[in-house]
Design a protein around this ligand. Structure first.
Ligand code: GDP
Ligand code: MG
Length: 293
């Protein structure tokens, strides 16, 4: 049987469940998930390998109108998702009726490649509303195949997966068959720490934070990690650390537990906080953190 492989790009508004879906497909927590918009900043690939196929899922940041340089770069990741896709997965949630960016929306409607439109979070809805939404979206994006799913509860995810497999073009694999993702281990450490920051701090704090892992040393029985949490201002540094270091300690211990599961090994995690003024608007810094080519 001939081998098939292709890129499947998942796009949509912030918070509709794109990362949850990719993790459901891949079966690992590659992408961090929180209830906050802009949790995903990079484009993250997740691979699913079968004997005669390879699917390269690509999770992207939610589509927004960029307000600063970091967000510009985030939208470049979304644009590049259009360019190399073999199949487009356009995700909406039950409550929503249009994409925030019209240019993207028109691109989807004129797409030459297959479009699967997934209406997610139907666990939050009822039969009547779901049927209404299906009709609405079929009319709005006539070139799409419409599915209703719950990524969180893994409802109807399998038929979508099967459909994707059947749409893959003939091609040899793009990545080694035992590989799970294109990102290095340090990337997942940074993302896991960022997830805990998103969950533990309010308002603008998480958006001002970038994490960089300076040391990752693996031995037979333990991984030693040292990561720096960068903030833009002195006041933010105080908030991250918290009273007698309590807040930072909590982030560290929550992240360490998840990382031990992810790597299946004991982890020693050393965290510290540094001020890095205006990194979000600095092209050189964004390049260093992997947001620009
Ligand atoms: P993304 O911004 O599109 O990547 O969305 P995420 O995958 O980060 O999910 C955003 C929020 O929606 C999280 O709180 C998820 O737990 C939640 N979510 C995702 N899928 C579903 C679903 O099928 N049903 C419900 N009720 N919540 C979901
Ligand atoms: Mg996401």
């Amino acid at each position: 049987m001939k081998h098939r492989a292709g890129f499947v790009n998942i796009i949509g508004n912030p918070n509709v469940g794109k990362s949850t879906l990719m993790n459901a497909f891949v079966g690992e927590k590659l992408s961090i998930i929180t209830s906050k918009a802009q949790t995903t900043r990079h484009r993250i690939l997740g691979l699913v390998n079968g004997d005669d196929f390879q699917i390269i899922f690509s999770d992207t940041p939610g589509i927004i109108k960029p307000a600063y340089e970091l967000q510009e770069s985030m939208m470049d990741f979304v644009k590049s998702a259009f360019d190399d896709a073999d199949i487009l997965v356009y995700m909406v949630e039950v409550g929503e009726s249009e994409l925030k960016d019209e240019a993207f929306f028109n691109k989807i409607k004129r797409s030459k490649i297959p479009v699967l439109l997934l209406i997610n979070k139907i666990d939050n809805s009822n039969q009547e509303e779901v049927e209404k939404k299906v009709n609405y979206w079929k009319e709005k994006v006539p070139n799409a195949e419409v599915y209703v799913i719950s990524a969180l509860e893994n409802f109807n995810v399998e038929p979508v997966f099967e459909r994707i497999v059947s749409l893959l073009p003939p091609s040899p694999p793009y990545f080694p068959k035992d590989q799970l993702t294109d990102k290095p281990e340090r990337f997942f450490v940074n993302e896991k720490i960022r997830e805990k920051i998103l969950l533990n701090y309010k308002k603008e704090i998480p958006y001002a934070v970038e994490v960089e892992t300076e040391e990752f040393t693996e031995s037979d029985d333990i991984i030693r990690i040292r990561s720096v949490i960068m903030v833009e201002r002195d006041s933010q540094k105080g908030i991250i650390i918290g009273h007698k270091g309590s807040a930072l300690k909590r982030v560290g211990s929550e992240a360490r537990k998840d990382l031990e599961k992810f790597f299946d090994k004991k982890v020693y995690l050393d965290l510290y906080v540094k001020i890095n003024k205006n990194w979000r608007s600095d092209k050189n810094q964004l390049r260093r953190f992997g947001y620009q080519e």
